[in-house]
Design a protein around this ligand. Sequence first.
Ligand SMILES: NC(=O)c1ccc[n+]([C@@H]2O[C@H](COP(=O)([O-])OP(=O)(O)OC[C@H]3O[C@@H](n4cnc5c(N)ncnc54)[C@H](OP(=O)(O)O)[C@@H]3O)[C@@H](O)[C@H]2O)c1
Length: 335
Amino acid sequence: MKLIELTAPRLDAFRTASRPTPRPAHGEVLVRLRAASLNFLDIAVATGAYPGPVFPMVPVADGAGEIAELGTGVDGWSVGDRVVPHFMPDWQDGTLTPSLFGARRGVTRPGSLAEYVVVPAASLVSIPEHLSFAEASTLPIAATTAWRAVRSAKLGPHSTALLLGTGGVSIFALQFAKAHGARVIVTSSSDEKLERARGLGADLTINYRDIPDWNTEALRLTGGSGADLVLETGGTETFPRSVDAAALAGTVFVIGFLTGTQPTIDVLPIMEKELRIQGNNTGPVAALRAAAAAIARHRLVPVIDQSFAMDDVAEAYAHLAAGGRHFGKLVITID
Ligand SMILES: NC(=O)c1ccc[n+]([C@@H]2O[C@H](COP(=O)([O-])OP(=O)(O)OC[C@H]3O[C@@H](n4cnc5c(N)ncnc54)[C@H](OP(=O)(O)O)[C@@H]3O)[C@@H](O)[C@H]2O)c1
């Protein structure tokens, strides 16, 4: 089978290779991958900023395809079923433990830049029938995380969500938050992207380049109340402002480190407003399944900004690594 290997933690260290197609063991399936989707995590892996991988390795956590072969002891799946294998295949549900965190596709397990991959059958989720392979490939990390954010904050028709940036997780969170009837504020460095966000249902928008005090603006836009959910993607530069922009008893859903991992924070507003500072580590297979079910129920369509051929993988990585060039997701087709 054809695959792409990352031979070192460098953004240009890709090589095309041919390897024997793996065979599924007991409880496993062989998946013919059709599309992969990039996350910021893949850049962190390819720049040595994320611990775990041993090089050379098959990169890219997220992908989608169809079952090509069943191992022994696999029930409930058939050859030809359209599936997404989850990023963290051993974490089925419940609380994360160190042993469940060990296996991560595209980090410590083979990723999605290959024609075939063997995964545990228990890590598979069916693709909603209205989605293409490319659209489905965006689900494991971004949709699962966005789904957990929206559910964690218990968003409803009287809630406000403040979503930082227009990357993969934020755009899924926009779609899920609107499906829950919430009012949504999106921030971006680009007016054009904010226009696109409004097209997807964003009620209010803030250009954080033009308005560096976007937290104050978010408070103003909510009549001083703040947001019930703040999707905290930025880390160092954004975390204190996210705390400021959160409503009484609001949830700051901490997922990202786009500007670093070490903010300086005043703890007083966290106490005074009784905030929930909720960390998140993607989520279990059950959360991906719930996110996919919501996508099917609401006929949501993941937003793909651009698709790249498998042979143009370095270009795709460079595009994402440049930061701020995309809206939603970038996809790589597996041919
Ligand atoms: N912990 C978890 O469970 C989990 C899961 C998924 C992702 N993450 C993390 O969450 C973050 C976002 O992931 P992603 O995949 O959605 O990333 P992405 O697709 O690369 O999107 C990043 C977007 O964030 C915005 N941004 C950059 N700097 C910003 C800043 N200073 N203030 C506000 N927005 C800023 C930009 O939006 P504009 O171009 O619109 O300005 C950029 O396009 C990453 O750090 C990723 O590693 C964590």
